[in-house]
Design a protein around this ligand. Structure first.
Ligand SMILES: *Cc1c(COP(=O)(O)O)cnc(C)c1O
Length: 370
């Protein structure tokens, strides 16, 4: 069977170039490429294999099962699982050679106990809470935590890290968090008797506060060619990786004063042509794009007319000649025009993560090689 006309195109060449751009910006740092949430909707395994071939140093998964899926697909890179760990999961981390985030005294002791029983050493990153108040040991009690971890024989500390709370909006608070983590450098050296790598920066941190890089950076958004918001367009020379495409399946002429789509919230003010595209919120075309989103057809921008339906949208193409089967782009470029994820965020208030992660499982991913 031929695939449906609606699909997401994933440009692996662009992913490669974005990784290279990040390398250029942080030439002596390790890169933990973040692939959680199905690589932000781009496809966990395809993206991770490409990142491995392109020379990423580490992958960052969201939780245990994502890490297991990477190992089962044959990924050999070190994998850090960013989320918290429940006791019963620890054996699987060890079995699949996944690096754990230890975010409390209790869990680091539990990891040691289970690792001892399995006769293995657990690779652990110690999570310090420097202000986000999500997971991790509060920076004020970090010394005791570091001493505990250092004394456990089956714990191998591979990293010490924290996560930024206001990377996008408040350089002063980022500086405060940086300082809280940096203050642990000297004690770590003393307690462990060796240099343990530190990491702090996500994409927004990398753009706003590059001096906070320590030994590793943890980009997600930048690798996928997205920026935290529109204000970064000039500063981050990355290319979008994902496009969302469909085609015109139905065309009609509609007289003035007709309502379009559910609740008839769009009214034609003249005789016009309405094209129907088989993509809707069931595919991840946000309902908030109703009456404000744009679609590219024939290299021109046209407004979404009326509410986004589950499976379809209508587009007002005015008196332009549009053909059945013509390509319609919801995210991506066509001719000289482009609709970016950042633009959709601006219109809807969504986060860039939500837009690509929201492209649902029924939309096939088509990979363009590099
Ligand atoms: C998701 C995540 C990142 C990557 O964030 P971006 O904003 O996509 O760069 C980095 N670190 C941690 C702990 C994360 O959870």
């Amino acid at each position: 069977m031929e695939r449906r006309p609606t699909f997401a195109e994933v440009d692996l060449g662009a992913l490669n170039r974005n990784l290279r751009t990040v390398r250029k910006l942080f030439p002596h740092k390790g890169i933990i490429a973040i692939v959680k949430a199905d690589a932000y909707g781009h496809g966990l395994i395809s993206i991770s294999k490409e990142l491995e071939n392109a020379g990423a140093d580490y992958l960052g998964a969201g939780f245990l099962e994502e890490g297991v899926a990477l190992r089962e697909a044959g990924i050999k890179l070190p994998i850090l699982v960013l989320g918290g760990v429940a006791g019963f999961q620890i054996d699987y981390f060890l079995e699949y050679d996944l690096e754990l985030t230890a975010s409390s005294h209790f869990i680091v002791n539990e990891i040691d106990r289970r690792a001892r029983r399995m006769g293995r050493c657990a690779k652990v990153h110690l999570k310090i809470d420097t202000g986000l108040n999500r997971i991790g040991v509060n920076y004020r009690r970090a010394l005791e935590f570091l001493e505990t971890a250092a004394a456990l024989p089956f714990i191998q500390v591979k990293g010490i890290y924290s996560h930024l709370a206001k990377a996008n909006t408040d350089a002063d608070f980022t500086q405060v968090q940086y300082r809280r983590l940096a203050d642990l450098r000297e004690p770590v050296q003393r307690i462990f008797g060796e240099k343990i790598p530190f990491h702090l920066l996500n994409s927004a941190g990398m753009l706003n506060f590059p001096k906070g890089a320590f030994e590793f950076v943890r980009p997600g958004l930048l690798l996928y060619g997205m920026r935290p918001d529109m204000s970064y367009l000039e500063r981050a020379p990355v290319e979008p990786v994902m496009s969302l495409k469909s085609e015109v399946v139905f065309i009609k002429r509609v007289p003035p004063n007709e309502g379009i789509s559910y609740d008839l919230t769009y009214t034609t003010d003249r005789l016009t042509t309405i094209a129907t595209i088989p993509i809707g919120y069931g595919d991840g075309c946000l309902q908030r794009l109703s009456n404000c989103g744009k679609v590219l057809i024939g290299g021109k921008r046209y407004p979404i007319a009326g509410k986004v339906c589950m499976d379809q949208i209508m587009v007002d193409v005015s008196d332009d000649r549009v053909r059945i089967g013509e390509e319609a782009v919801v995210i991506g470029s066509q001719g000289d025009e482009r609709i970016t994820v950042e633009e959709i965020c601006e219109l809807t208030g969504a986060l860039p993560y939500e837009v690509t992660i929201g492209i649902t499982g029924r939309v096939p991913r088509l990979y363009l090689g590099d």
